[in-house]
Design a protein around this ligand. Structure first.
Ligand SMILES: Nc1ncnc2c1ncn2[C@@H]1O[C@H](COP(=O)(O)OP(=O)(O)OP(=O)(O)O)[C@@H](O)[C@H]1O
Length: 126
């Protein structure tokens, strides 16, 4: 059985590998730019409307979940391409299910954002 190493050096290596994965994600995924733009808008809204407390926590959680889901979806796409380079209906289904999970979380994040920001925008505008 593989021994797990808990040295500081090995933990730092794990963080480096994870950071490398995130860098690859930014380089090759067009969706990363869309998520980045959406995140910048959310951060601007948080600062502008001075959002704190439970609303801030909700926005941080849904934003993080969308990022994590999109990175995991990219991993699934790579895994499918590795094990099934040719056309296979199951390969397509797995990719579509994975993309569906991202869509569900993105819609959840959008609805959360609308619930938080719309009343503040209306209050600010009138
Ligand atoms: N090996 C395959 N066999 C069958 N269908 C596939 C296969 N690879 C992809 N597909 C189908 O083509 C669609 C697009 O696949 P692709 O790998 O380009 O994903 P994508 O959603 O366009 O990726 P991205 O999020 O990077 O734009 C998939 O959702 C799936 O329905």
């Amino acid at each position: 059985m593989k021994q797990t190493s808990l040295t500081l050096r090995s933990r730092m290596s794990s963080f480096r590998f994870a950071a490398k994965g995130i860098c690859r994600f930014f380089h090759e995924e067009a969706n990363a730019k869309i998520h980045l733009a959406a995140t910048v808008v959310v951060i601007a809204g948080i600062i502008w409307f001075r959002i704190t407390g439970a609303e801030l926590i909700a926005l941080v959680i849904v934003t993080g979940l969308v990022w994590a889901a999109e990175i995991m979806n990219t991993a699934v796409e790579h895994l499918v391409d590795l094990v099934s380079p040719g056309f296979h209906p199951k390969a397509g289904l797995i990719k579509d299910l994975s993309a569906g999970a991202v869509l569900v979380l993105s819609i959840t994040a959008l609805i959360t954002g609308l619930f938080i920001f719309i009343p503040k925008i209306i209050h600010y505008a009138v």
